[in-house]
Design a protein around this ligand. Structure first.
Ligand SMILES: [Zn+2]
Length: 214
């Protein structure tokens, strides 16, 4: 599991460097081919984590490796993995603009090309529940639905999914930039023009099948 643990540690440092969370907030996990989940420990500074600090869990939450108390949102990560077989990595952050929309209980629609390409579906805000509770995990899974790669936790932050950690980070960056532009449009007193469902689907197909150096 060493390689996976190192990836989680690197992602923690990246999360701090990108300014999408403060202190020890937020959490990160990856799932390997066998379904084992590597997750960050609860309340430890990201800059100091070593492989021994990363907790490895079976899909049902049974501890396989590590002595630390795992992230308070471990139940949420496991619930998302159970509901979304396409998801292999989860990054939970508190980015400013996305979190502002979460505090208003608003959804972020796919009104930009890059959002349509990367976010999968409207980014919905989950109903409020206290951090670390099974209710929050349930509300998060419901907000994600079968297709969205991200959701907002009301008055809290964002949950971003990916096939890889890099992909989950990309989703988190696209979500935050979309939230920022959405806020800007509204502060200008304007409204976005919606993309058609047909165009959204065409872009998603293109990214899946043709984009890049395949
Ligand atoms: Zn959080």
């Amino acid at each position: 599991m060493s390689e996976w643990k190192r990836a989680v540690i690197a992602a923690g440092k990246r999360m701090l460097a990108e300014g999408v969370t403060i202190g020890a907030w937020g959490n990160i996990s990856v799932r390997d081919e066998a379904g084992r989940v590597c997750i960050t420990p609860s309340g430890m500074a990201y800059g100091t984590l070593t492989e021994d600090d990363i907790v490895v869990l079976a899909p049902d939450g049974t501890r396989l490796e590590g002595e630390r108390k795992p992230s308070i949102e471990t139940g949420l990560h496991l619930a998302v993995y159970a509901a979304r077989p396409d998801c292999r990595a989860i990054v939970h952050t508190h980015p400013v603009y996305s979190t502002a929309f979460s505090a208003m209980g608003e959804d972020i629609p796919l009104f930009l090309d890059e959002a349509a390409q990367q976010l999968g579906d409207t980014v919905r805000t989950a109903e409020y529940a206290l951090p670390g509770t099974p209710e929050l995990a349930e509300n998060c899974v419901r907000a994600l639905g079968p297709r969205s790669m991200a959701c907002l936790l009301r008055s809290h932050g964002a949950v971003c999914l990916g096939e890889t950690l890099d992909q989950a980070f990309l989703v988190s960056q696209v979500l935050e930039s979309t939230a920022r532009i959405y806020g800007l449009i509204r502060s200008m007193g304007g409204a976005f023009l919606p993309l058609s469902q047909e165009d959204i689907r065409a872009m998603q197909e293109f990214v899946k099948n043709e984009y890049g150096q395949r």
